[in-house]
Design a protein. Structure first.
Length: 732
């Protein structure tokens, strides 16, 4: 990173002209900051911003030009019809990709600012409509910078501030008048002044570092001892910079006194910079060389399993889901898709489960995929992943370094996780990922990651795309599910470990495998609508894949004979919120009906949504002779006859429903045709709306500039009139 000043990027749209003037007028001219102003401007009108801003500050204000090196104590204003980026401290200009409609110049500048300036980057979001800037904040914060957001209630238009706050990345939420103090204090802190020296030397402060990590481990249960010291110190120093603390000892005291600061540090240590289809060239290779062959080799009912480790807010998990679904549709296959996305922290997973992202993702996701897999919400400010795609991805909390991994997966995405780990921990994680993959499974790493010296475990599919195929068997004696703990652990008195650690690990895994295979019943986890969320055990004895369109509803998946009793038991469990056991269920296998025990256990999901665990168990029949009394045989015969009549009535009802369904299908086809016409009209109206909204924002900004100019002309005119009125000399 080149040396230079702390660079402040100010993003504003409608209603942002006055806040910018206020901020410039109260920012000290010798603060050492360089300020770049990005607004939504009409490309067909000349902007008066540079002239008007220069009257409110002593700092030189100039229009951004191609090749300008950013200097301290100066203000640079983006010109109309130009998008600004920064590289090596130099501004670069380019025409916008879209002349009208939804443009994201603030996102684009913030993304380049975070990557180029890292700790020296500050992003500010002021008044405006839409969500421009929200996506770019990830780059600023992910690379070590900070973000200031105008308090929404003080903004004329609160769309942009609220979209920025929804990301959870804002480090300060302030009124405009409070921002200069934060900016100048941050610019003077060693974290920003000397980013090449992020903190005191690790070996000198090892005891303090261990104490800080212990605070985090005790409160959040995550051990960061395997992370690279430079990464830990840089993130800790960032928190110190935000709190204006220069001593690690003082910061350790602050952690002890304020548990909420421990949460903030934990969040900072786990911030993952992720996006849709990051490194597009690598994704193209993944699709053609890995996912395509996997889909081609699959049978119709054979699942495709993917594990996205370190999924963060879910962009890459949804990216691979889109690619797999597209490939399956091209191959005309309906293979089940099981994508497991895990992360250590629950906060980003909550965002991933909702699947709501700023409108700026349009720069990362193609228009065809946006139309196919996303829905516009919040008047176009956000996109939400469709429920169909969300249903294919299961998000869960998992510690990659201590929890057991998944197994039998075709593809593992572990991108930009290894770069933060010490070499020894990298080796352990690669072993776990090797264990998780099928014999011909593929590992997808980040752009700065490799397999290191583990060429005995993986062979490259494409080194340029960082794709590696598993080879050989996993050395079980080297597998470890836990990193080294901070401090020694004591043993109970009189207890001695007779086996070595690898032997104990192998014995533990063997015991777990036997328990799961022999003693655990087949189970399915469903939501309140009885849609399946997770399968466990040998469920194929009780479930089938029905003909027709794919479905995840459990009642449609169960074998013949179970549906009616299962529906009743689920309804009873939902209404009573208690465990229900059904002993009289039957399942048809071949020509006979076998007795099945159903157990419905209500529970609560991570989002406080009621869930139900359905367990299937075959009833054990007595092997000895059993005599039935004549009365009992008569009762059984009566019940069988009654059941036969009920089945006939049910068959007649089903036939009637099928007839009605055919009529409804015909009506539905007409409705679909009308809906397609309405959708086409709606798309045209939406496009016109985006253009009008963009034009309105630009005109609003121009209007504010003109109002400022008119105000200045009125002052000059009044001064001239006063001069003429007070002067006794005749003037023509």
């Amino acid at each position: 990173m080149p040396e230079g000043p702390v660079i402040v990027g100010i993003g504003a749209s409608a209603g942002g002209f006055e806040p910018i003037k206020t901020l410039l007028s109260i920012t000290p001219p010798n603060s050492g900051l360089a300020i770049v102003v990005i607004q939504h401007l009409d490309p067909t009108h000349k902007s008066l911003a540079t002239e008007l801003f220069s009257k409110r500050t002593e700092m030189p204000v100039t229009t951004a030009e191609e090749g300008t090196r950013v200097q301290a104590n100066r203000v640079y204003v983006a010109a109309p019809g130009q998008e600004v980026t920064i590289q090596d401290g130099v501004l670069h200009l380019s025409p916008p990709e879209r002349v009208r409609g939804q443009r994201m110049p603030i996102d684009r500048f913030f993304q380049s600012l975070g990557q180029d300036q890292q700790q020296r980057a500050i992003g500010i979001i002021l008044s405006g409509t839409g969500a421009d800037g929200a996506l770019g904040l990830k780059s600023v914060v992910g690379n070590g910078g900070i973000v200031l957001v105008q308090r929404p209630e003080t903004a004329q238009f609160d769309g942009m501030p609220r979209a920025a706050l929804a990301t959870g990345l804002a480090t300060h939420v302030l009124a405009v008048e409070e921002m200069p103090g934060v900016l100048t204090n941050y610019a003077r802190h060693p974290y920003a002044v000397r980013p090449e020296q992020p903190a005191p030397r690790a070996e000198v402060r090892e005891s303090l570092l261990r104490a800080i990590l212990e605070f985090v481990r005790a409160r959040r249960g995550h051990d960061f001892s395997g992370y690279k010291r430079a990464t830990l110190l840089r993130r800790i120093h960032r928190r110190m910079g935000l709190l204006y603390i220069e001593s690690m000892a003082d910061y350790a005291i602050r952690l002890r006194q304020e548990p909420q600061e421990v949460d903030a540090l934990f969040k900072d240590l786990l911030i993952g910079a992720t996006e849709f289809f990051r490194d597009p060239e690598a994704w193209m290779v993944l699709e053609s060389e890995v996912i395509g062959p996997i889909v081609a080799a699959r049978d119709e009912n054979e699942p495709i399993r993917v594990w996205a480790a370190g999924a963060s807010t879910g962009e890459e998990a949804y990216s691979v889901a889109m690619v797999v679904v597209e490939r399956l549709e091209k191959a005309h296959k309906r293979c089940p898709v099981q994508i497991f996305a895990t992360d250590t922290s629950e906060e980003p997973l909550a965002v991933a489960r909702m699947g709501v992202y700023p409108a700026g993702i349009a720069a990362q996701v193609s228009g065809a995929r946006l139309h196919r897999f996303f829905n516009e919400i919040d008047d176009g400010r956000h996109y939400q992943v469709t429920s169909e795609l969300r249903g294919r991805v299961v998000f869960g909390v998992q510690n990659l370094f201590s929890d057991p991994p998944f197994s039998g997966v075709d593809l593992v995405l572990c991108r930009n996780v290894l770069i933060y780990l010490e070499p020894e921990v990298q080796r352990r994680v690669l072993l776990l990922l090797h264990f998780a993959l099928k014999p011909d499974g593929v590992l997808f790493l980040g752009g700065a990651e490799t397999i290191g010296t583990r060429e005995d475990l993986f062979k490259p599919v494409s080194k340029a795309a960082h794709l590696y195929r598993r080879v050989g068997a996993t050395p079980r004696d080297q597998l470890e599910f836990r990193t080294a703990q901070i401090g020694p652990q004591s043993e109970p008195a009189g207890y001695r470990v007779r086996q070595s650690a690898p032997q104990l690990m192998q014995a533990s895994r063997l015991a777990q495998q036997i328990i799961f295979e022999r003693l655990t019943p087949a189970s399915v986890l469903v939501d309140r609508n009885f849609d399946t969320l997770y399968f466990s055990g040998q469920t194929d004895q009780y479930l089938i894949h029905p003909h027709g369109a794919p479905t995840s509803n459990l009642l449609a998946l169960v074998r013949e004979g179970l549906r009616s009793r299962l529906r009743t038991a689920l309804s009873e469990a939902a209404s009573s919120n208690s465990t229900v056991i059904a002993l009289d269920a039957r399942v048809k296998r071949g020509r006979s009906y076998d007795a099945v025990r159903l157990t419905i256990i209500p529970t609560i999901g991570t989002d406080a949504e009621p869930l139900f665990l359905v367990a299937f168990e075959d009833e054990q029949r007595s092997r000895g002779p059993r005599r039935s009394a004549p009365r009992e045989r008569s009762l059984v015969k009566h019940l069988e006859d009654e059941l036969l009549v009920t089945r006939e009535d049910l068959r007649a009802t089903v036939e009637g429903l099928e007839t009605s369904n055919e009529e409804l299908k015909a009506a539905n086809e007409e409705v679909v045709s009308i809906n397609e016409e309405l959708q086409s009209s709606n798309e045209e109206l939406q496009s016109s709306k985006e253009e009008l909204q963009s034009l309105n924002e630009e005109l609003n900004t121009v209007n504010q500039q003109l109002q400022g100019k008119v105000s200045e002309l009125e002052i000059v005119n009044n001064d001239l009139n006063n001069l003429l009125a007070s002067n006794e000399v005749a003037t023509l």
